[in-house]
Design a protein around this ligand. Structure first.
Ligand SMILES: [Zn+2]
Length: 108
């Protein structure tokens, strides 16, 4: 148990329910990235990852992110030790990080 989140994720993202919730989240967040305000391409991110027990369809656990902010967040989740106010920490990091092409942890 616990190692099947990828399959689980695919099941969620392919569902009709997800498509409905996703649009509701984008609408709630004004069709903008909640981190940087970008209004281009958007993805809906789980604030608490599903693999960590986050609710897949709970709008309070979802937020609109642009692909680059989403990638950075995922990178933090999978590589770096969590600092106590984790959410605030990654937001600060997003503001100051600039361009760092390290996406290794996405592949591993
Ligand atoms: Zn963004």
């Amino acid at each position: 148990m616990g190692m099947t989140w990828k399959r689980h994720g695919a099941h969620i993202y392919g569902s009709r329910r997800w498509k409905g919730v996703r649009v509701q989240v984008l609408r709630r967040d004004g069709w903008r990235c909640v981190s940087c305000g970008s209004a281009g391409q958007l993805e809906v991110d789980h604030v608490k990852p599903i693999r960590d027990g986050g609710a897949p369809f709970d709008m309070s656990n979802l937020q609109a992110l642009c692909p680059s902010c989403h990638t950075r967040k995922t990178r933090l989740e999978c590589g770096h030790p969590e600092l106590s106010p984790a959410r605030r920490a990654w937001r600060d990091l997003l503001k100051t990080a600039g361009k760092q092409g390290n996406t290794k942890c996405l592949i591993q």
